[in-house]
Design a protein around this ligand. Structure first.
Ligand code: HEC
Length: 308
């Protein structure tokens, strides 16, 4: 009877192929459908993961016996970066290291399933799977050269295109469905938000109570529309499943301008006891490029939206 290891040897690189495609499409799902902002470290992991999808596919189709050696440098380096990123999220060992200074924070916990499964954790699982499978393949001499029967016809095992495209096809099908339903849902909530919003058609801009906005508040509204309205609504009325209502918001009312600025800079991740929605408020609303003067204009606008 063929042992389990016989099958594992032969399946190893297809398992790696599967892991790489799921990791790539999963990360694209998080950024393109869920709207999570990839940080610098996330990009390094993507740089190491994305090429693996095509290297594994081409190597399997060509049955190149060197394939595991092309895979291992990328996948082991990926394990190092993901482990580092995970420790950065979960420990304070690297607090002194200044990483991800420009752009999205590296320690925003966009997901925290069961209290330990974060995005770098998922990446680490994928990189480790690919590494272990590549080592197994290396030791087993996979992919083996084309086998030929007596008549010189390639035997079934060598026809690699079927399992290789099968694996990729199944992953694409599943993610294709996820992407289309995800985008549809986002489009629906945005349409709803636009319907609820009372856009000032022309003329002077007014606050929730109908009062005219002064110059600072109007500039704040313009900046707010660019930076925050995607999640909090055009007039701070909130968007279902994206961001909460900021009109007559007791949390805003309880903070001074300085404290509110500090809050917006830090954002609020899923670990925060104050988090009520199970959604992430990204640091600086995902716009670290806005300076304090601009943020203070947004705050002035938000103050004008507190009418009671
Ligand atoms: C990617 C979506 C997103 C963007 C962009 C965003 N926010 Fe948020 N924000 C949230 C979510 C989600 C929460 C609620 C988190 C929770 O459950 O506590 C929140 C909470 C807040 C709160 C606290 C409200 C409360 O009741 O606790 C303030 C204030 C706030 N955001 C201001 C801003 C400002 C100002 C901007 C623009 C510079 C901005 N947000 C951009 C998603 C976003």
């Amino acid at each position: 009877m063929a042992s389990l290891s016989y099958y594992l040897d032969r399946a190893s690189l297809y398992i790696a192929l599967f892991a790489a495609w799921v990791a790539m499409l999963g990360s694209l799902y998080f950024s393109e459908v869920m709207g999570f902002v990839p940080c610098d470290l996330c990009w390094y992991q993507r740089i190491l993961m994305y090429p693996l999808t095509l290297i594994l596919l081409t190597g399997l189709l060509l049955r190149d016996k060197h394939l595991p050696k092309f895979v291992l440098p990328l996948s082991t380096l990926g394990m190092v970066v993901s482990s580092y990123h995970y420790l950065l999220e979960k420990t304070d060992w690297f607090d002194a290291v200044q990483i991800c200074r420009n752009g999205a924070s590296c320690t925003t916990l966009w997901i925290n399933w069961l209290g330990f499964i974060t995005i770098p954790f998922l990446a680490l699982v994928a990189f480790t799977t690919i590494t272990v499978m590549a080592v197994i393949a290396l030791m087993a001499g996979e992919p083996a050269e084309a086998d030929e029967d007596e008549d010189g016809v390639e035997t079934q095992r060598t026809r690699a295109w079927l399992p290789a495209f099968g694996v990729v096809g199944v992953v694409l099908l599943v993610f294709g469905t996820l992407f289309s339903t995800g985008w549809q849902k986002t489009a629906e909530s945005r349409a709803l938000a636009a319907e609820m919003a009372v856009m000032p058609v022309s003329g002077p801009m007014t606050s929730a109570s109908g009062a005219l906005l002064n110059d600072t508040q109007s500039s704040g509204l313009t900046l707010y529309r660019e930076a925050c309205s995607g999640c909090h609504g055009l007039n701070a009325e909130g968007v279902p499943n994206l961001g909460n209502v900021l009109v007559n918001n007791t949390f805003i009312q309880s903070l001074s301008d300085v404290e509110l600025l500090q809050f917006i800079r830090n954002g609020r991740d899923l670990n925060s006891p104050e988090n009520t929605s199970g959604l992430v408020m990204p640091p600086s609303g995902g716009r670290p490029d806005l300076d304090d003067t601009q943020m203070n204009m947004i705050i002035a606008y938000l103050r004008a939206q507190q009418t009671q």
